[in-house]
Design a protein around this ligand. Structure first.
Ligand SMILES: Cc1cc2nc3c(=O)[nH]c(=O)nc-3n(C[C@H](O)[C@H](O)[C@H](O)COP(=O)(O)OP(=O)(O)OC[C@H]3O[C@@H](n4cnc5c(N)ncnc54)[C@H](O)[C@@H]3O)c2cc1C
Length: 376
């Protein structure tokens, strides 16, 4: 009998969680370690902030998924690994002995030079922060005239959050000031047409965009940029990209240049073939992958099959990351910008398509007791 430990119940572990009986039937033990009972689907996070979905529409009850199928659930954070002893150490101090270990702990948004502790500053990850942000935004809108929101980050997350905050204020029928700060140009990794469409939509809605304006500090309710601008910030949202979790470096496991767990084509760690990983927390040696939800979703089946093979002492299968993927950016106002193979489109239908794909994904993995009923 082998013990499979799943560290994190993110997007790449969902098929494994649904298939726990396949491990149990062969006499193996499975344990899921997660800091929370629920895992939130980021793709619908900004839509929830905008009021288009309820929090329960975008979460998976991973504790229930695991325990209903015969796995153990430990509410904790994985802190480090002692790979030579096959021990996973938790933040509680507890050590779990594993035979096979799989990581799906995602990435994090750091506070950078801003420093933690200010309750008016919200990193966009974990996605649950967006539930608190919505409450904070509604409180500000209710109690202040024209409160200022600063969204830091000119990529997809910043774009979607700024658009969602505008929609939230529109629904509340109270105006707000929203400024998006981009260190470079807005959506600079994408075709210029994306930037033009986003700028046009934001201009029409009165959302200010400051390009070449990196945030350097937040002081006394003002966001300060490298250009010396001081912008009123009753609330600041950090959407300036993701960083690797420190666990891998702390554990002396091989990492890629981004600090994530270095894995081979089998999604397994080079020096420790009994350690696997998926999603944002891996560096896929064959071909560096973008930090988008598409890849953990594509990894689901192979990761499940390889974990089952590993506990059974059988050969793993290679993961094929596949070709180009569809990107749809939610503008918050029930419209979206769609990019595929360099072609750019926008409109209500693009949001409808995103919502359809997102809700279909939720239905695939939500267990009974969780209902998906988007208000779109
Ligand atoms: C606002 C926003 C919108 C996005 N929208 C999209 C989109 O529309 N489409 C898209 O493709 N990508 C999108 N992304 C990117 C996407 O969020 C990530 O690529 C995706 O979440 C990665 O999935 P994951 O399962 O690897 O990590 P995560 O979704 O971060 O999940 C990690 C899980 O691990 C748990 N965990 C964390 N630390 C520990 C620990 N130490 N021990 C145990 N468990 C732990 C967490 O609680 C969480 O449940 C968006 C990102 C953001 C910030």
């Amino acid at each position: 009998m082998a013990h499979l430990v799943l560290a994190g119940g993110g997007h790449a572990h969902l098929t494994t969680l649904l298939n726990i009986p396949a491990f149990r039937e062969k006499g193996h033990r499975v344990t899921l370690v997660s800091p929370t009972d629920y895992h939130y689907y980021s793709g619908m996070g900004p839509g929830m902030l905008a009021g288009l979905y309820r929090p329960e529409d975008l979460r998976f009850h991973i504790r229930k998924m695991a325990t209903d199928r015969g796995a153990d659930f430990i509410q904790a954070e994985a802190l480090r690994v002692e790979a030579d002893k096959r021990l996973l150490i938790l933040d509680s101090g507890k050590a779990i002995k594993y035979d096979v270990l799989s990581f799906n702990i995602g990435s994090k948004v750091s506070y950078g030079p801003i420093g933690e502790g200010d309750p008016a500053i919200f990193p966009v990850k974990p996605i649950q922060n967006l539930i608190r942000l919505r409450q904070k935004a509604l409180d500000l809108i209710r109690t202040r005239d024209l409160p200022g929101f600063v969204v830091v980050g000119g990529g997809p997350a910043g774009l979607e959050i700024a658009g969602a905050l505008h929609q939230l204020s529109k629904e509340a029928q109270k105006p707000v000031k929203i400024t998006l700060l981009a260190a470079g140009r807005l959506m600079e990794r994408f075709p210029e047409k994306v930037r033009q469409k986003a700028l046009k939509s934001f201009e029409q809605r009165g959302i200010r965009v400051e390009e070449g304006a990196a945030l350097t500090a937040v002081k006394n309710g003002f966001a300060i940029t490298g250009k010396g601008q001081e912008i009123e910030a009753s609330c600041t949202v950090l959407a300036w990209g993701v960083k690797a979790q420190e666990l891998f470096a702390r554990s002396n496991l091989p990492t890629g240049p981004d600090g994530n767990l270095l894995v081979n084509k089998y999604l397994a760690c080079k020096n420790h073939p009994e350690i696997f990983g998926g999603g944002d927390c891996i560096y896929f040696a064959d071909r560096p992958l973008d930090k988008v939800g598409v890849y953990p979703v594509r990894q689901n089946q192979v990761l499940f099959e390889n974990l089952l093979a590993a506990v059974e002492g059988q050969k793993p299968k290679p993961f094929d990351p596949g070709g180009p993927y569809l990107l749809i950016f939610n503008l918050g106002n029930k419209k979206a910008i769609l990019v595929k193979n360099g072609k750019v489109f926008s409109g209500k239908w693009a949001f409808w398509l995103k919502s359809f794909i997102d809700r279909r994904f939720m239905k695939r993995f939500q267990v009974s007791g969780e209902i998906s009923s988007a208000k779109t």
